[in-house]
Write a new protein. Structure first.
Length: 406
């Protein structure tokens, strides 16, 4: 049974932790955070059987506590799509007024509130009863956990998947089929605390449809903690340079919208975009911003390439537009830029992969598209930079895994 305690009162959560450990729970089944922001980061990637939530809690560790933060977290859990919903939620507070105000939010979801008191341990017995029920409940057996750590998918076998398979990961000697059309490569990587399980595969064709289908298949079969797409993209001139690594945040389908005929003699149609943006998670965004500042590691990646690259390797967390066509047209690229003033990259798959992850059943994976600029979507585009771009994209993913996976 996995339990998340969200409480900024050390005296209370230390006593609660001791009680739960004496009940037979291991430390690896118990997480304690002191603010709702850290709770969101946990709930984005992990399923919990029980969430114990202090009703008056800070948003960040250094903030003042407020009951608004606990209500906001409950709303995200109940109505959002990006948090893995705990099987049961219990509110905990010594503030009777806060309990009364929170009661409607808890009552609508059939969640309970326990009153904390210093002068007796009745609250502790009530929490223990919740844990006892969760352990004995037959429904626990139906909860699905993550199976592997990272699924890597690419749109192209060459040069994208080839670059992934050249990473210093202990890959099995050959790919194996998981169905009639999909072959995957499985490998292991020594993490900071344990051995990580990695799976890599390439889609049968370029484009959002093939990549979205592959992403859904990999999620359903392997249940990864992280779904990562690596590969190449076109960059927007003036925003990025050849070889720059773009982490998609947000991504969208630039062809989504309405095309209507203009009432004029030219009979030209006008495209009116209607974009649905899918963002990077807050935890991934903050970590890739840290990688962006890791100049030494990025320089080591650049220098390891056998051909001298005169420009420094940069990582940008920036908007990326996905479409179903290969662009070699400056004018079309300029029109796409009108959809987002900070647009930095254009490619063909990221939105489909983000959508597949967003629509997945629990436990949902975190998802990221990491693509490197190999051209600028103009008529003079060539394949010259593709191998280096595929290499830097895969290498930045490996850097992320090394730094942040435990």
């Amino acid at each position: 049974m996995k339990i998340l305690i969200v409480d900024d009162n050390p005296r209370r959560y230390n006593k609660l932790t001791e009680e739960l450990l004496s009940f037979g729970l291991g430390l690896d089944n118990l997480d304690v955070v002191v603010c709702t922001r850290h709770a969101v980061e946990k709930l984005e990637v992990k399923h919990y059987d029980l969430l114990i939530l202090d009703l008056v809690i800070p948003l960040n560790p250094t903030d003042l506590p407020s009951e608004h933060n606990s209500v906001d977290l409950l709303m995200q859990i109940a109505e959002g799509d990006f948090l893995i919903r705990p099987s049961r939620i219990v509110g905990l507070t010594a503030d009777k007024a806060a309990a009364v105000r929170a009661a409607p939010s808890f009552g609508r979801q059939l969640w309970s509130i326990i009153e904390f008191r210093d002068d007796n341990d009745e609250w502790l017995y009530q929490v223990r009863s919740c844990v006892d029920y969760g352990i004995s409940s037959a429904s626990e057996a139906s909860v699905v956990s993550y199976d592997i750590d990272v699924c890597i998918l690419c749109a192209l076998h060459q040069p994208e998947l080839d670059a992934v398979l050249r990473l210093p990961i202990k890959w099995e000697s050959s790919a194996h089929p998981i169905d009639d059309v999909t072959f995957v490569h499985e490998g292991t990587l020594d993490g900071r605390k344990r051995q990580l399980k990695i799976v890599a595969a390439a889609a049968t064709r370029m484009g959002m449809v093939s990549s979205s289908l592959l992403a859904s298949k990999l999620i359903g079969r392997f249940r990864p903690r992280l779904l990562a797409m690596t590969g190449i993209c076109a960059g927007v001139k003036g925003k990025v340079s050849l070889g720059d690594v773009i982490v998609a945040d947000p991504c969208w389908d630039w062809q989504s919208g309405k095309r209507r005929l203009e009432p004029s003699e030219s009979a030209e149609s006008k495209f009116e975009p209607s974009s649905h943006h899918l963002p990077l998670s807050e935890s991934l965004r903050s970590r890739f911003h840290e990688i962006k500042k890791d100049r030494d590691s990025l320089e080591a990646i650049r220098r390891a390439w056998p051909v001298d690259i005169p420009t420094p390797l940069r990582v940008e967390v920036a908007p990326m537009a996905s479409g179903s066509v290969v662009l070699a047209d400056d004018v079309a690229a300029g029109r796409i830029k009108e959809q987002h003033r900070q647009l930095s990259a254009i490619e063909m798959e990221a939105y489909g992969v983000y959508a597949a992850a967003a629509m997945a059943c629990a436990p949902k994976p975190e998802v990221v598209a990491i693509k490197s600029v190999c051209d600028f979507a103009g008529p003079d585009k060539s394949d010259t930079f593709q191998p280096y771009a595929a290499y830097t994209s895969a290498s930045v993913l490996k850097l992320y895994i090394d730094k942040y996976f435990e």
